[in-house]
Every structure is written in C-alpha cells, then in structure tokens.
Write a protein that binds this ligand. Sequence first.
Ligand SMILES: CC(C)(COP(=O)(O)OP(=O)(O)OC[C@H]1O[C@@H](n2cnc3c(N)ncnc32)[C@H](O)[C@@H]1OP(=O)(O)O)[C@@H](O)C(=O)NCCC(=O)NCCS
Length: 184
Amino acid sequence: MLSRSRATQARPSEAPISPWVIHTQRSVRTLTSPATPDDIQDANALHARCSLETRFARYGAARRTLSRAEWEHLTNPDRGITWATRPAGDPAEADVVALTHLMHTEDEGVHELALLVDDSWQGQGLGSALARNVLAVARTTSVRELTLLVGSDNRRMQSILRRLGAVLPPARGTTVNIVVPVGT
Ligand SMILES: CC(C)(COP(=O)(O)OP(=O)(O)OC[C@H]1O[C@@H](n2cnc3c(N)ncnc32)[C@H](O)[C@@H]1OP(=O)(O)O)[C@@H](O)C(=O)NCCC(=O)NCCS
C-alpha cells in the first residue's frame, strides 16, 4: 500500500502518542505525556519554582504564571500539543519538571517549539532528549519546520537546535529566530 503523502499525514496532536521514557544523566527515570487543561496547577507550580533567568529565557519576560486561557490554548489540540514531564512514579504526586510545546503558526507546516526545564533538572540531558523526541514526532506528521525565537545568549538552547540540524543565523540584537528543518 502506498504511504500517505506528508500533506495528508496527521497533525502532531493527532499522532499516536505513548509516554516518552527519558532517563536523565543522573539516572532518574522520567515520563513525558501530553498535558491537559487539568494540569494547570502543576504547570504553574513549575513556573513558580523556576528562576527569573529561566522564565526570562522562555518568555523574554519575567512571567511567573500562565492564565487559564493561556494554558487552555497551549493544551488545545487544535492549536498544537504540550507535553508535561514528571519523574516516574505516581503521576498524582509527581511535580511537572519540564514543559514542551509544539504549537501551530500561521504558516502551514511550520510549528513553534518551546521548552521549559526546572532549574534543578537542567544540564542533565532532559532538554536535548525532549527536543529530539519532538522532532521524531514531527517527522511522522505534516510539519516541515520547527521555529523558535531564542535569546542570543541562550547557549544551551542554541546547542540543542544545532544538534537537531539547525543552521544558526548570525546573532543581531538580543534574539535570534532559528529554524529546524524536520526532514524525513
Ligand atoms: C534551554 C533548556 C530547555 C535546556 O534544557 P536542559 O535540560 O538544561 O538541556 P541539556 O541538559 O540537554 O543541555 C543542552 C546543552 O546545554 C549544555 N549545558 C548544560 N549545562 C550547561 C551550563 N550550565 N552552561 C552552558 N551549557 C550547558 C549541554 O552541554 C548541552 O550542550 P551539548 O548539546 O553541546 O552537549 C533549559 O535550560 C531551559 O528550560 N532554559 C530556560 C528556558 C529556555 O531557554 N527555553 C528555550 C527557549 S523556548
């Protein structure tokens, strides 16, 4: 049977999703699953734990919380998909330690990627693994490009994106717009 063309393939929020199992470099097992509107408290608890520097790197502003409307947008399958990462164990007990977003843009086939990792979980390979998994999901869908606006001084995120195949444009100003081709 002929495979479906990319144009008729699923959107990311329709792709078959089972939890991603990621072991951090400190050997902690984590589970990453699509988030729902009910996860708003855990998402905001993550924001409250994050440093100003981390939140600024994510939003370009000192955001401390997400409103219910913002969270409903981020978890609305018609707008994209948000994954929540928790240490493995009882999901009702475990904190959300990372959020990963893959959101539609006005351009067909172009989705915006964003990541937020709890300060105390950074530097353990989690951000790299989450970004790799998003790219793998995108490859099974109609997404052609991932796009991100990243601080010019955000070496960690730039390193992750370079490894995913992005060619980083020369930094002009405080932010840089980075495109990751999804490829096949
Ligand atoms: C950017 C971010 C998602 C990276 O997540 P992470 O879990 O810390 O990433 P990793 O541990 O996989 O490390 C990614 C890279 O940063 C490097 N790195 C790790 N700790 C570092 C440190 N203290 N200083 C500089 N680089 C560091 C790693 O070596 C790795 O580089 P490599 O690919 O060349 O090996 C996370 O730091 C974060 O949430 N930052 C704030 C929000 C943000 O910047 N989001 C991105 C824009 S939406």
